[in-house]
Design a protein around this ligand. Structure first.
Ligand code: SIN
Length: 331
């Protein structure tokens, strides 16, 4: 029988990490092995799938920048447009895995399964989780029922929507969760089980931006003043995500400043510094009158990506809010 052909795209991370000893699982150098070498540790991969490996970058994901997303998008689209490829697997560091997954979920319009996978322990550890995670990711990428679900994340036997998944533990192999939304499926012993169909968010009509609009995150804390927000505006921010207290509460100390920014051409989104829950639009802040956005339960770093993508594709003001609302409703 013809084997499904999968495109495996390596970017580095802990799944390709190496430590000084097999007993070491948290003190190591990410992005030390090539993806081809990692694939060779799982012989079953080439037995079950026809695998194409590419490696557009090799870095720890704490060094991933929006410019890297452009390279990744190009390579994903290359695989999407190859009719011989059934599914795509991207190996990635876990620190910004959820940001890359959100970016792809909101910018790649394809029915093909796109899976982002990482590992919490380096490839050299006795208890490395990368090999099993990679095999699981390929099982999902080759699963016909994975089509049309947008970008998915597979970690520790669980399948998550790329939009909702987030890292919740610094070192446990069970580090990823989708607060409020929940996992969409599981994979065990090569078998994929779906709990529900994750919604497909509306994607932007992708045009690689020549320059990404700068969007910063201003985090609230007791006693915070306007220093960070003023600095972001001075640095040329086109958007600011205000990660406020609780239900996105904004300190009185700089509320008027925040409210004045949209009229100056700096979009503002209010969200929570991150407690799971849907931030409500508030009359007390006069969100509508001041053109301030809200993004339900999306955490600040995902709101930032939605704003960057929207602004880069000409969505501004109410049009940006409508697109964000459509994303939220797609859950
Ligand atoms: C990284 O994100 O590249 C380092 C941490 C990890 O992959 O778990």
């Amino acid at each position: 029988m013809k084997k499904p052909r999968l495109a495996l795209i390596g970017t580095g991370g802990t799944i390709a990490g190496a430590a000084s000893a097999a007993s070491v699982s948290t003190d190591y150098k990410p992005a030390s092995l090539s993806l081809a070498a990692v694939v060779d540790t799982v012989p079953e991969l080439r037995q079950r799938y026809d695998i194409e490996v590419s490696q557009p970058m090799q870095l720890a994901s704490y060094d991933v920048r929006p410019a890297h997303w452009l390279d990744l998008h190009r390579d994903v689209m290359h695989a999407v447009n190859n009719p011989a490829i059934s599914g795509i697997v991207i190996t990635h560091g876990t620190d910004t895995l959820e940001e890359t997954a959100t970016f792809l979920h909101l910018s790649v319009n394809s029915e093909k399964p796109i899976i982002v996978v990482g590992a919490m322990r380096p490839a050299t550890a006795y208890s490395a989780d990368g090999p099993a995670n990679l095999l699981d990711a390929c099982s999902v990428a080759a699963c016909p029922d994975a089509r049309g679900r947008g970008t998915l994340v597979v970690m520790n036997g669980r399948i998550h929507s790329g939009l909702w998944v987030t890292k919740r533990h610094v070192s446990s192999v069970e580090a990823f969760d989708s607060p409020l939304a929940g996992a969409v499926g599981e994979v065990a012993d090569l078998a994929v089980q779906w709990f529900r169909a994750p919604g497909r968010a509306p994607t932007v009509a992708w045009q690689a931006p020549a320059v990404w609009p700068r969007v910063d995150i201003a985090v609230a804390y007791a006693g915070v003043d306007d220093t960070a927000i003023q600095a972001f505006v001075a640095a040329g921010a086109k958007g600011i995500v205000h990660a406020g207290f609780g239900n996105a509460n904004t300190p009185t100390a700089y509320r008027a400043l925040v409210q004045s920014l949209p009229a100056q051409g700096v979009m503002v989104a209010r969200c929570s510094r991150w407690i799971p829950g849907s931030v409500t639009r508030a009359s007390v802040y006069d969100d509508a009158a001041h053109g301030i956005l809200t993004a339900g339960p999306l955490p600040p770093h995902k709101v930032r990506i939605a704003m960057m993508l929207g602004l880069a594709h000409g969505l501004n003001g109410p049009a940006l809010q409508i697109w964000i609302d459509q994303i939220l409703q797609s859950a």
